[in-house]
Design a protein around this ligand. Structure first.
Ligand SMILES: Nc1nc2c(ncn2[C@@H]2O[C@H](COP(=O)(O)OP(=O)(O)O)[C@@H](O)[C@H]2O)c(=O)[nH]1
Ligand SMILES: [Mg+2]
Length: 199
């Protein structure tokens, strides 16, 4: 599959606010600042599509993008930002669970974690919710460009242990140099049951 066309559709607070024309959905979840918007821009080859920020914690809405007129790519609100109040953290939990359990069109989740850090409490929580909802997922280890090959291997092992996932469920990724991009597109293709394109 090639991503030929990508556009912003809308921002919502609950999935039920978005009829979505019955199109399949692929969602991107992870901590604030982990690189969700950058990943969406990298997949779509459009640096201006999703707004990225060096200041974490800004996105409290679900942003929806339409890809190839065929499916929706969904930028979920980031979590784990220290300055957010307890009430807001709880809102996040409700929002996430509504989303994960309430969308029959949701086909796959990319769960992003920073390759440099051990996944934290919120990451573990998110992983549990995804598994509990029975959704197919891929753990994406972002900012892979920041580590050497050897460091990276150790990090992926730590991520696997902390989130209780298998190494083949983790894809190292860099939005800076595009590493892992093809594998993610492959995952999307499989999740949507699309045919391989003949060149
Ligand atoms: N080196 C590097 N920086 C990245 C990568 N992905 C995101 N960033 C930076 O991390 C910051 C947060 O990225 P953003 O996509 O806004 O994160 P979000 O809050 O999860 O949407 C920005 O300053 C990005 O430039 C990556 O793969 N490599
Ligand atoms: Mg973002």
């Amino acid at each position: 599959m090639r991503i030929k066309k990508a556009s912003f559709v809308t921002s919502i607070v609950k999935n039920s606010d978005f009829p979505g024309r019955g199109l399949d959905q692929i969602a991107v979840a992870g901590k604030s600042n982990v690189g969700k918007s950058s990943l969406i821009n990298c997949l779509c080859n459009n640096q201006k599509l999703a707004r990225t920020s060096s200041e974490p914690g800004k996105t409290r809405v679900i942003n929806i993008f339409l890809i190839n007129e065929a499916f929706h790519l969904i930028d979920l609100p980031g979590y784990g930002y220290a300055k957010v109040s307890k009430a807001m953290q709880e809102d996040w939990g409700t929002m996430m669970n509504d989303f994960l359990c309430g969308s029959p069109h949701l086909k796959h989740i990319f769960h992003l974690v920073d390759i440099r850090h051990e996944p934290g409490q919120h990451d573990r929580q998110m992983a549990e919710w995804i598994k509990a909802a029975g959704l197919p997922y891929t753990v994406v280890a972002t900012k892979a460009d920041k580590l050497s090959k050897a460091q990276r291997q150790r990090s992926v092992q730590l991520i696997c242990r902390t989130l209780a996932v298998q190494p083949w469920e983790v894809i190292p990724f860099s939005s800076l140099n595009g590493e892992g991009r093809e594998r993610l597109i492959q995952r999307i293709q499989e999740a949507l049951g699309l045919e391989e394109e003949t060149p």
